[in-house]
Design a protein around this ligand. Sequence first.
Ligand SMILES: Cc1ncc(COP(=O)(O)O)c(C=O)c1O
Length: 378
Amino acid sequence: MTRRIPVAGPWITAKEVRYVADAAAHAWYGQAGVYHERFERAFADAVGRRLAMALPSCTSAIHLALMGLGVGPGDEVIVPDITWIATAAPITYVGATPVFADIDERTWCLSAESFEQCITPQTKAVIPVDLYGGMPDMDAVLAVAGRHGVAVVEDAAQAIGSRCGDRPAGAFGDAGVFSFHGSKTLTTGEGGMLVTDRQDLYDRALFLRDHGRAPGEKMFWNTAVAWKYRMSSLQAALGLAQLERLEELVARKRDAFSWYREALDGVDGVSLNPEPPGVFNSYWMVTALLGARFGLTKETLIAGLRERGIDARPFFYPLSSLPAYEGQAESLAARDRNRTSYALSPWAVNLPSALNLTHTQVHAVADALKEILAAAAA
Ligand SMILES: Cc1ncc(COP(=O)(O)O)c(C=O)c1O
């Protein structure tokens, strides 16, 4: 049986195994926090932030960021309509309302114009998302946020290693958040990071993530009912080893993207992830957008690839179209408003982008894609 081509997966070397084995053997008692400290310090430096907090997921990082910013009932938080639901779910956790803004066709990320149109007196924060390693027009997004006094949490879950201008993904706004889920460029199996330059936000998150007690406070003496959001030493060790290899991980992603570009060169009506001037895209997921004229939906294309032994994923459905938000006034408004989200979403798929992907496999995927397109055109 030939091996299926997976859609995502990590690149683990002897270094990761060595660090994790060392953590398993030694990171206990007085050494329990050693790998967290090294991972957090190195991570903050890598993304140009003062402070970093290792967490069990990016979802928990967004939850803590919103709580740290004081977002709560009656507030609105703006997110792009095209993203994973984890960007928006913590808005509901804190009792606030998600507002779905449109994306910009030049970046596939939050449109600064749509963001501005969605602002109301209730708007407390915005969460721009660095989709698939791409970057929004950060200058424009930050200018709108600054003009209206809206806090910014950059969701860089998918974008470790990307840059906008001379600043790394995660360096923009009040806080940045990352995911280290097994599918990500840098993985700890499950895990996340909150980064910020704001001591107040960091201190509040530290308190909330440890059952309502600040480090060094009286033992078992909780001053609030809060959460338990901590990463394990084994994950921190894995994360540190991956971070020390970040350049080569991102280079591999960019190689895979360039192989796809070469393999799909000259195929009319297929475009890949945008990388506008000034952006360095880490291409977490190579994504093919088909012209609507093919009439080939993402679901049909994915089924065709699956028959050929290739796993792919659909471009995100607009959050406002999901049953999870059914009947909410905000999602109904967004369905009318977000033309670009609804225009792109049906026609795009994430192609295999695992870190162990080979040049030969990329050509096999491209050939399968061309075959499916030719059949659709016939
Ligand atoms: C854009 C985005 N935000 C947030 C998350 C949540 O990350 P996690 O699964 O680590 O909670 C993800 C996960 O894939 C994501 O893609």
